[in-house]
Design a protein. Structure first.
Length: 415
């Protein structure tokens, strides 16, 4: 075990234990439009060139550059228009000396043309342009305003690499390259279970001793953001038998991952610990981080990964980002499993916990590259209101005793 002081396990050691247990999920072939947000198990290769053919980048006239080389405002060059090429046509008209074709953006460029003259560089522009056009300015270079076939991609080139997510940009590029189907990993199936006799259904009136279950909705959205599928959402009392029963239900529903919140600490009523501790499948550890010190992780005989996170909402958010999200992405075979990080400058001072790495909900200014706490209440794991303002976590090493204005801070960007 990699110790981090006080008998606690380091964040890196805990994460390594998690990732060592992850096995990539099976792959399946899907039509490209049905594979959005999935991770490619094999590269998607272009079926044809992009562009598919030489085409015009402007509305104007396809010309032979030599015919208009002398064109000027004082001495326009007149050309006879012999063809009209709107988008979607396949015509390839011949152009003789002194001839041009009117052409629209995206239309195939005639083989005989070696430049496009935009409407703006002619006397009449679009008006009365099907008989004769008078060119005022010669094309600046050979091939001006012609998009050449294959300039972007060639048939057989990799459009999206294995391990990459098929997001909107990637899907668009694949469709443009003629990709019809792709091989992707199956989405992880996740069960989300909140524990605590004090929990209320979201929307139920709060009362003394009872609080809304905000962890369930939080995890549902975080799981979806990690491109996984929620197959069960449950809320159980502080009862070990109830935890065992919901675990069996999650396994029956094919869950690859079960995420519990609450019930993992050392108190008198800890149902997750009561259900799993001593059984050999799930290990309970103290990790040198704040929030999120108590952590549980293991693998059931069925192969289901089990995470036990602390019960306070900020602890849940941090623990998910540090441990659960990387595991969900690794299950999908994602090439990058960690959130992006960058260095920002603190524009406020705050305290840090002794001997533990701090993950502080934070607000960043991307223009001035500054960071400050999202709440004036500090980094308490119960300060759920601050999450509404946070779009990052300031990550402060355990050996730093306090953050001062002007300090360079490592920041995990989450939204």
């Amino acid at each position: 075990m990699s110790a981090a002081g006080g008998g606690r396990r380091s964040v890196e050691d805990q994460l390594a234990r998690v990732l060592d247990a992850v096995r990539a999920l099976p792959a399946e072939t899907r039509a490209i439009r049905d594979a959005a947000q999935r991770t490619l198990a094999e590269p998607a290769t272009a079926a044809h060139d992009i562009p598919l053919f030489d085409n015009s980048a402007m509305d104007g006239f396809a010309v032979r550059a030599a015919d208009v080389a002398s064109a000027s405002d004082e001495s326009p060059v007149a050309l006879r228009v012999v063809a009209d090429l709107p988008a979607g046509v396949s015509d390839d008209p011949a152009l003789g000396v002194g001839e041009a074709a009117r052409i629209m953006t995206g239309s195939p460029a005639p083989t005989a043309a070696d430049a496009i003259v935009p409407f703006e560089d002619t006397v009449g522009g679009l008006a009365d342009s099907l008989g004769e056009v008078r060119v005022l300015r010669a094309p600046s270079t050979a091939g001006a305003f012609i998009r050449r076939r294959g300039a972007d991609l060639r048939a057989g080139d990799a459009v999206v690499l294995a391990g990459e997510r098929l997001g909107a940009f990637q899907l668009s590029a694949a469709v443009a390259a003629g990709v019809e189907s792709v091989t992707v990993t199956r989405a992880p199936r996740v069960a989300v279970v909140s524990t605590g006799s004090e929990l209320l259904e979201p929307g139920e009136p709060a009362a003394r001793g009872r609080i809304p279950d905000s962890n369930g909705p939080l995890l549902e959205l975080l799981v979806a953001d990690a491109d996984a599928e929620v197959v069960l959402v449950a809320r159980v009392a502080d009862d070990a038998d109830a935890v065992r029963a919901v675990t069996a239900t999650a396994v029956e529903r094919g869950a690859d991952v079960i995420v519990f919140t609450g019930g993992v600490s050392a108190g008198a009523y800890e149902p997750v610990r009561g259900a799993f501790d001593g059984q050999g499948e799930v290990e309970f550890a103290s990790v040198a981080m704040q929030p999120g010190k108590p952590q549980a992780f293991g693998v059931l005989d069925a192969g289901t990964l089990v995470f036990g996170l602390p019960g306070n909402p900020v602890s849940v958010a941090v623990s998910f980002e540090v441990f659960v999200r990387p595991a969900l992405l690794a299950l999908q075979g994602r090439s990058e499993i960690h959130r992006p990080r960058a260095s920002f400058t603190a524009d406020a001072a705050w305290t840090t916990p002794p001997g533990r790495r701090q993950y502080l909900p934070a607000v960043v200014d991307l223009v001035y590259r500054t960071v400050r706490p999202a709440t004036s209440g500090g980094s308490g794991s119960h300060l759920a209101g601050g999450l509404a303002r946070a779009h990052a976590f300031a990550v402060v090493p355990a050996e730093v005793e306090a953050v001062a204005v002007g300090d360079a801070i490592d920041v995990m960007l989450v939204g």
